[in-house]
Design a protein around this ligand. Structure first.
Ligand code: GLU
Length: 496
């Protein structure tokens, strides 16, 4: 295959396990995944839990569920293993400690004994860490060592000059070294920080392309210097644009619920997309369109087609507002083109969660009527829940639902009453026959189709909005249809 490279492409998603999966993380992961799949490479999951205070139990499960739901397969990770494990950073502490030690021995890093009080003083003085332990004499160093004081290990950034990074999306990025601090790479408890841990892992896990959020760009020069100090060949880097709040202001927030113009809450956690009734394919398509575009003015495309075209260099470097308003439209496109059985399979749990006992055959007959009408799977409840409610306890809706434009209770009752013998006389009860007969009936009695059909719709469904009336009546069957029309006539005839 032409798009396979000689050296394998390996990308990774390296989340910190801090709770439910946010869609921003998934979007970054998706771009790494698409790139790996495009090149026939591997996609790795690595859990970055070196900040133990922030770790939330259950996070790995949430990540795996999100990937499974979206259909993003993972080649190596804590749940499947692989040749370069363990894939959880807290299980690799010795490795980081060994490399930190090596950096100290080679003069690229140093032990810093600054106490909490010292650090607070430096902060109060308005500066960052003032490098006071960077250039100790061997005597000072061994004295401190002998005292057994706790220390962190800091990386020695060059004090002047520049560091140039190459980013696949942004090209060359030049940084002034003087702007950078001597970052902590190993904490006093023996845990590494992100800066060291991800480099040690990306190297040992043979990651070829580091795809991560643009928030990491300011630390890029530090990372380049660490790679170089360790003497390792660097992977390629792509700093991905992030999603902004729907109003374009500020990074899409994690915890605060955002509200779109229409007042609906905006889903940002993967489980919120699931519970709002979106299809995973639609969500993937939606996310792929943020910061990358397929070309040919195509907004709807399969994951396979996206894999075929996807290149990191084509990602737009600019952050963009979260285009949540497009999701309903995209979702409806996917619902329209789903296979009926597939759609039925997905609608069933939604109906069941709403308390309906679902008959599979009935659902398979109803599903095609819904395809052009649902924006989300959840819409099925309001649109077609009545099919799955107990038919025997069906009650006629209130008069204001039954009575259509320019009609009243008496005329509506008359129209409905008159339809019954016509429907009873039909040879077949399919929707086309009904439609023809009811159009003729409307004409005969001097009403508009909309008035007659609308009254029938309300009578048989109990609702203003429903799947097409005659298709609905065909599924309900003649006896049930007529019974419901009779109930409506009766309700309209009762004194108010
Ligand atoms: N653990 C880091 C984060 O969650 C990973 C960044 C990276 O991909 O290197 O932001």
């Amino acid at each position: 295959m032409s798009n396979r490279q000689m050296s394998p492409v390996r990308t990774r998603y390296a989340p910190s396990p801090t709770g439910p999966q946010h869609i921003g993380g998934i979007r970054s992961a998706l771009f790494g995944w698409l790139f790996a799949r495009h090149h026939g490479g591997q996609f790795i999951l690595r859990i970055e839990d070196t900040d133990q205070k922030r770790s939330v139990p259950g996070s790995l499960e949430a990540i795996l569920e999100a990937f499974e739901w979206l259909g993003l397969d993972i080649d190596e990770g804590p749940h499947v293993g692989g040749d370069y494990g363990p894939y959880i950073q807290s299980e690799r502490l010795e490795l980081y400690q060994a490399w930190a030690k090596r950096l100290v021995e080679q003069g690229h890093a140093y032990k810093c004994y600054a106490s909490a009080e010292e650090l607070a003083e430096m902060r109060a003085a308005g500066g960052g860490y003032d490098r006071r332990y960077r250039d100790l004499s061997p005597e000072q160093a061994s004295k401190l060592e002998a005292q057994g004081k706790p220390y962190v290990i800091r990386f020695k950034m060059p004090l002047s000059g520049q560091t140039t990074g190459v980013d696949m999306i942004r090209g060359e990025v030049v940084f002034d070294n003087a702007q950078l601090q001597d970052a902590v790479i190993l904490k006093s408890d023996g845990f590494p920080t992100y800066h060291l841990a991800h480099i040690v892992d990306d190297y040992h896990m043979k990651i070829s392309h580091v795809t991560r959020a643009v928030e990491w760009l300011p630390s890029f020069p530090l990372h380049i210097r660490i790679w170089e100090a360790l003497g390792w060949e660097k992977p390629q880097f792509a700093h991905l644009p992030v999603m902004l709040n729907p109003n374009g202001k500020g990074k899409l927030s994690k915890r605060k619920q955002q509200f779109a113009a229409d007042g609906k809450s905006v889903p940002v956690l993967v489980h919120e997309f699931i519970s709002a009734g979106y299809l995973p394919e639609a969500v993937l398509n939606f996310l792929t369109n943020i910061g990358w575009n397929f070309g040919d003015n195509r907004e709807v495309f399969s994951t396979e087609d996206a894999i075929e075209r996807f290149q990191l260099k084509d990602v737009n470097p600019a952050n963009s507002a979260y285009p949540i308003a497009k999701l309903d439209w995209l979702n409806s496109q996917y619902i329209q083109t789903s296979a009926v059985d597939d759609l039925a399979r997905r609608l069933k749990p939604v109906l069941e969660a709403a308390g309906f006992a679902v008959d599979d055959d009935l659902l398979r007959r109803v599903a095609p009527l819904l395809q052009a009408r649902l924006k989300t799977l959840n819409d099925v409840v309001a649109m077609a829940g009545f099919f799955f409610a107990d038919w025997e306890t069906f009650q006629a809706p209130p008069a204001e639902i039954l009575i259509k434009r320019k009609m009243d209770g008496v005329s509506t009752a008359n129209v409905l009453r008159g339809a019954i013998p016509v429907l009873n006389a039909l040879d077949e009860f399919d929707h086309e026959t009904q439609h023809r007969a009811m159009a003729t009936y409307a004409k005969d009695i001097g009403y508009k189709n909309g008035q007659v059909f609308g009254s029938l719709r309300a009578a048989v469904t109990g609702q203003r909005v429903s799947p097409p009336t005659f298709e609905t009546m065909e599924i309900l069957g003649r006896a049930e249809t007529v019974r419901r029309i009779e109930l409506a006539v009766q309700a309209l005839s009762e004194p108010a």
